[in-house]
Design a protein around this ligand. Structure first.
Ligand SMILES: Cc1ncc(COP(=O)(O)O)c(C=O)c1O
Length: 329
């Protein structure tokens, strides 16, 4: 594998399945491309999701450095935080999560409930989201002074270590796709903190595959293309590739420019559609938003019926259970 030279710790169930979305396609009518889904909601770690792949590398590197205390940050319903908490429990590491916002009243639900279940220590930023990195540094220093070996994993594990999980994921997907013996025109994925999108772009380049990626942003993200390019170039350097990412090959589409985490009719429609045609759960913040964004692009005529598309489900299932009242609102 392209990533074999790097430390990695097994945390997930791989390969995740690729399934055809026949009933969804039928529901969307004769202009709909052939649709498949890559089930990274089924990575197995604590209700699954894309962070399992990233954490295999991020925690692999942390353990290789002798870390025994992991610190990371995220939104209060962060899937990354939940999967980090579960992985730390499994590896016997202390885990501190620095989360945006004020501490919500108990009982906690969704990801936050799971953070507590896995025994993570939760520190609240009390509305000072921009202070996350400083707070992480401060907590890491306190931990070191107490004799621990702390390691900070960035938000979403979207650096050149974590994103390697999605370079490896391309190899996994390519082997599965070869068995299907079909063309693959595009991959559709959510483009959030950018590790998934960058890892996929770099993995495709490393394997010489020319498949377009349509990244759907999960909120307004000015400068996302430049951020993705920078991360791809860091990954390429790390992997010793000659390739450098061309900004023109990075496609980040808006999902309607709604703020992060807000549930609009688009997410509601996407979640219900996927659930009722395929029996698959999508969360509102990531996969539901990406699917909603993709649906509006499909309806605007951006995809041909003769194309074959792979929707990359990135998980987030636990987050849906924190928002149940809004789905049928
Ligand atoms: C469920 C889920 N899907 C997708 C993403 C976005 O992936 P990335 O941060 O790699 O862009 C996240 C990020 O937190 C997530 O939790």
């Amino acid at each position: 594998m392209i990533t074999d030279a790097f430390a990695r710790i097994p945390l997930g169930h791989f390969p995740t399945p690729i399934e055809e979305l026949r009933r969804l396609r039928q529901e969307l009518g004769p202009n709909c491309p052939r649709l498949f889904i890559k089930r990274d909601d089924a990575t197995g770690l604590a209700t699954g999701g894309n962070k399992t792949r990233k954490l295999e590398f991020a925690l692999g590197a942390a353990l290789a450095d002798g870390a025994n205390h992991i610190l990371t940050s995220g939104a209060n319903q962060s899937n990354h935080a939940r999967q980090t908490a579960a992985a730390c429990a499994r590896l016997g590491l202390r885990c501190t999560l620095v989360l945006d916002g004020e501490e919500p009243p108990k009982p906690w639900n969704g990801n936050l409930f799971l953070d507590a279940l896995f025994g993570a220590e939760v520190v609240w930023l009390q509305g000072q989201k921009d202070a996350a990195n400083a707070r992480l540094q401060e907590l890491a220093e306190q931990s070191r002074a107490a004799g621990n070996q702390p390691c900070i994993i960035p938000r979403g594990a979207s650096n050149a270590i974590g994103a390697m999980g999605y370079v490896a994921a391309v190899e996994e997907m390519a082997a599965q796709w070869a068995e299907l013996n079909l063309p693959l025109d595009r991959i559709i994925c959510v483009s959030g903190s950018g590790g998934t999108h960058s890892g996929l772009l770099t993995g495709l380049a490393a394997m010489g595959l020319s498949i377009r990626i349509d990244g759907i942003q999960n909120g307004p993200r000015p400068g996302q293309e430049e951020f993705i390019k920078d991360l791809c170039d860091q990954l390429a350097t790390r992997l010793g590739l000659d390739w450098r990412c061309d900004l023109n090959d990075i496609h980040c589409h808006s999902s309607g420019d709604h703020a992060y985490g807000v549930i609009t009719p688009a997410e509601r429609e996407a979640i219900l559609l996927l659930a009722r045609t395929e029996g698959i759960i999508a969360d509102p913040v990531y996969t539901g938003r990406a699917l909603g964004g993709w649906l509006s692009r499909f309806r605007a005529g951006h995809y041909g019926a003769d194309e074959t598309l792979l929707l990359w489900h990135t998980g987030g299932t636990a987050g849906l259970f924190a928002r149940t009242a809004e789905i049928f609102a």
